[in-house]
Design a protein. Structure first.
Length: 121
């Protein structure tokens, strides 16, 4: 959530050229697990309703792209190595940018730079 403002800026800047999507995966810092004191009060997801409720915080924060949920088997997280957050650019069905794992490797500015170069803005 720390870089949501910049992410939203990129979504708006490239809205006519790109489709953006956020996949909400398992909770990185659940309240009933390893968490920070300033986190949202989100427990580890046991059922899909828990994941839906957790994703609602992201929607309330004002993310400017569609949000979908990983299944409870966490397949998308496993396939894409998403824990705890990760950025991808997919072009014509192929991954052309794979960011490092977050939070330390979550660099929305790299996505912005890639898009600027690709679209020569």
């Amino acid at each position: 959530m720390a870089k949501l403002r910049k992410f939203n800026e990129i979504v708006r800047d490239f809205a006519t050229e790109c489709d953006f999507l956020t996949v909400y995966i398992e909770e990185a810092h659940p309240a009933d697990g390893w968490c920070f004191s300033n986190n949202y009060d989100v427990s580890q997801h046991v059922k899909l309703a828990d994941r839906i409720k957790a994703a609602s915080y992201l929607l309330k924060a004002g993310i400017d792209c569609p949000v979908v949920l990983d299944n409870m088997q966490n397949d998308a997280c496993a396939w894409y190595g998403g824990l705890y957050e990760r950025l991808y650019i997919v072009l014509d069905g192929a991954i052309v940018y794979q960011g490092e794992r977050g939070p330390m490797g979550y660099h929305v500015e790299e996505v912005e730079s890639w898009l600027i170069k690709y679209f020569a803005k």
